[in-house]
Design a protein around this ligand. Structure first.
Ligand code: V47
Length: 376
């Protein structure tokens, strides 16, 4: 192992080769190592064992049906109060119209997450899903974070399991991974004190999995959390995945530092560094041995770094998206959308095999292997 410069990683290399699970201490060693080349190799080895050269993406549309929210998370620049000029709030009919306006042939996944609106009645939500499924039968609706599900349980006065059951009956295909932030209480109290608690977030995903619904998990990093708190977050997710096997992907979300009170209070104007983004993805790939995919989210880390991340454990790069407001409200400089051809090219240029998937991770099309001779 000529390439290994950090002797502390030697036992980890052996474990990864043997397909064995890392302990918490070993996970921390990965976070602290300065041997980034070794970290990259470990993550890539793990990724290639699972997926070979394949990298997955989806032809998708994002829609935030309202930005009105009463929760007040300090990292958020997206939320507006009712009556504010920049507030929007679509009825179920308007949601269908918005989708019709942006619809492109071949889109499979509609990803919706939005604010916790103070006035919508429970019926608004299943009706929206039913209308969407009725109008666009090929669209797979991935919507409502665990935080939103808890909000719906409050307004419907139903248990969260029942809320999930009714949304599933209305046609909900899967749940996105938002609202997880950082599970550790110390951080949660400062960044999302009115939002779903960590245990409840996990419980809602456990319930969704018990109904056969697959979900994702995110982690918002690059603000006030420590590296231990990041790994603790992953550790809790790994535990739940052992129980249920219901997670598709883990998605680190790089903190976007503009226009929110958390960044202002911290005096923070810098984005996360490229190396921290890559390190975080790689640690996740090795530590979350039971997660099928680690997603590199180009909206928050940029498409250039997302392309590089394909050597750092990433096997999924989300989708074409069309329009996104949560990250862009907080300063994201990425474009609003990527084309399908652009995503294929981005993966091929990295020497990988692009696989178009749907929201259930069915493989719809495998694109040709990149031409090694081509300059671009
Ligand atoms: O829950 C809010 C985060 C999430 C900021 O499941 C911020 O496939 C960074 O969950 N900087 C919503 N992040 C987005 C989300 C997501 C994204 C992509 C894919 C999937 C998936 C899910 O965005 C929120 C919150 O954690 N967020 N503000 C910010 N300033």
């Amino acid at each position: 192992m000529k390439w290994l410069r950090d002797p502390l990683l030697a036992p980890i290399v052996e474990k990864v080769e043997a397909g064995e699970r890392l302990s918490f201490d070993e996970g921390m060693r990965l976070y602290h190592t300065r041997d980034l080349n070794a970290l990259m190799r470990l993550a890539n080895r793990t990724k290639e064992r699972l997926h070979g050269d394949k990298v997955f993406f989806v032809h998708s549309m994002r829609l935030e049906f309202t930005n009105i929210c009463y929760v007040g998370c300090t990292f958020c620049a997206f939320a507006a109060r009712k009556g504010e000029e920049r507030a929007w709030d679509y009825s179920p009919e308007e949601v269908v119209e918005q989708v019709r306006r942006r619809y492109l042939p071949g889109i499979t996944e509609l990803h919706m997450s939005s604010g916790h609106h103070p006035n919508h009645k429970w019926a608004y939500y299943p009706e929206m899903v039913r209308r969407l499924r009725g109008t666009f039968p090929d669209l797979q609706v991935k919507a409502f974070t665990a935080a939103e599900i808890e909000h719906l349980a409050k307004i419907s006065k139903m248990p969260t399991l029942e809320v999930l059951r009714e949304l599933q009956a209305a046609g909900l295909a899967a749940m996105p991974g938002g609202g997880a932030e950082i599970f550790a209480d110390r951080v949660r109290r400062q960044v999302a004190k009115n939002k779903v608690k960590a245990e409840k977030w996990l419980q809602i995903h456990r319930e969704a999995h018990s109904l056969g619904m697959r979900t994702n998990a995110t982690m918002l990093y690059g603000h006030i959390e420590t590296l231990e708190e990041r790994l603790d977050h992953m550790h809790r997710l790994r535990g739940l995945q052992d129980e249920t096997g219901g997670f598709h992907a883990f998605i680190p979300l790089a903190f976007q530092p503009l226009g929110n009170t958390l960044a202002q209070n911290l005096g923070k104007t810098e984005f996360t560094t490229g190396l921290d983004d890559l390190r975080n993805l790689a640690v996740a790939r090795v530590y979350l041995d039971n997660f099928p995919h680690i997603k590199g989210y180009w909206v928050m880390i940029g498409s250039e770094l997302t392309q590089v991340s394909l050597d750092w454990g990433v096997s999924d790069i989300d989708g074409t998206i069309q329009e996104e407001h949560i990250a862009h409200a907080a300063g994201a400089t990425s474009p609003m959308a990527l084309s399908q051809a652009g995503m294929v090219k981005m993966i091929q240029q990295a020497g990988r095999l692009p696989v178009l998937r749907d929201a259930y991770y069915n493989e719809l099309e495998v694109f040709p292997r990149p031409n090694a001779e081509a300059a671009d």
